[in-house]
Design a protein. Structure first.
Length: 128
């Protein structure tokens, strides 16, 4: 029988390889973020949380920023602000397909220019 506090996240098979590109500490940080994200796929990385992460992963606090950057570069998460990160809903899903679709819409960026409107997914932004 499942405990009521058990959580799970779906990961799309085609994206499993992204995890393999992470260092050992990068993987530990990613797992921490995945475990602590909220129902909107967001994770708040305040200075207090970063300090706790550094203690758990056993790295210097300043290394946490480097590890977050490493995970962002894979496209697994996106930085929204200096303290807010979002799990990529094109890679991970939590909830039913309607909820996942809404998260994907919120993940999309719309850019306007004199040439018109373009749509950019967070996933595409991280691929350089």
């Amino acid at each position: 029988m499942r405990k009521s506090d058990d959580r799970f996240v779906k990961m799309f098979i085609k994206d499993i390889g992204r995890i393999h590109s992470l260092s050992g500490n990068g993987l530990e940080l990613f797992m921490y973020v995945a475990e602590h994200m909220d129902s909107n796929n967001k994770f708040l990385a305040t200075p207090t949380v970063r300090k706790k992460m550094s203690e758990i992963i056993k790295v210097a606090p300043r290394t946490i920023d480097n590890l977050l950057n490493e995970v962002v570069k894979t496209g697994l998460i996106e930085r929204e602000t200096s303290h807010i990160y979002m799990m990529n809903p094109y890679v991970f899903g939590s909830g039913n397909s309607n909820i996942i679709d809404l998260k994907r819409i919120n993940f999309m960026k719309i850019r306007y220019s004199n040439k018109g409107r373009t749509f950019e997914l967070g996933e595409e932004k991280n691929k350089k």
